[in-house]
Ligand binder design. Sequence first.
Ligand SMILES: [Fe+2]
Length: 378
Amino acid sequence: MPEEFFGTGSVVQLRKILESEKPGKIFLVFGKGAYEKSGAEAALSQLLAGIDVFRFSDFEENPKIEDVRKGIEQFRSFEPDLVLACGGGSALDMAKSINVLAVQEGDPLDFVLKKKEIIRSPKPLVAVPTTAGTGAETTHFAVIYAGKTKYSLAHPFVSPKYSIVDPQFTFSLPAAITASTGMDALAQAIESFWSNKSTEESKGYAREAISLILPNLAVAVSAPTPEARGAMSKGAHVAGKAINISFTTACHAISYPITSYFGVPHGHAVALTLPGMILFNSEVDENTANDVRGLDYVKNMMQELLGLLGAEDAVVAKEKLERLMDDIGLERNLSKLGAGSAESRQLIVEHGFNPERVKNNPRILTAEALRFILKEIT
Ligand SMILES: [Fe+2]
């Protein structure tokens, strides 16, 4: 678990971290667009004055193994003492993967494919998010795409040593990114809550995240206030802590091909099946309950979730989330996103059935049920 600093202005805490770590050389990984616009560049360059910094931003959205390889090469020739990651989920995941894989011996892809084990500890990593979404600053896994396939690099060494969540860096986020990343955070909280791997601790984080995100997301998108931005940053961070324990479930599994084949941003792709999955999971019965804690547990848990969403039943909850997506400008129809044809939906089903993630879903999800959920949003 990273040592955490939270709050507007908390970026200055980097000074404390630098005093204790005393790095001579820092490998800085940042998202090209966000770094300057977010105000992070101005804040960080002051704090980094006098330190030898190598800047790496040569990567695309949704981390690709080729970009990780480029980063590893630069990392090895620079030999940093510390890694500083600043940006959205892609920048943070990129930094996490480079930091861990650069110090292992062997081909990076072998570690992603779990053919080789991570054994060497990385450099200390400081994560500074500029979006309120993935919670990547607090998780021990990182997304890597090899071709169109999404993998997760998961190991305690992947976790940042420090996280600084300063909501001021999200103040200038465009509405579309606020909407998409915010829905990622909300989906992560909801999926964590119903995950078969949830614990009392993760459910506590998920409850807190839902209660912070739900009333603030639309405000943060359409008429952002510092309060709404602060609540979103906190909510996304806490949702990250929840999935760090419970992992995500079906909506995330299904989202990856929607992102890699059809270019829908991660949070938007995850949100597409969230309303349908709430209804689907609520209709759990003795033949489909998928959590070892039993049918009654799943039913009660889903009932509590509906309450957290402020809905008296699953239909109302589904409609509430659909309305939220409309309010924040996220298209809900697969056809309008270029993914509505029968072939496209088949592709999503084929590639979205990650056994690990679908296994976490509290109701057994079959390919047929998934086809139905996708048809409903076409
Ligand atoms: Fe996510």
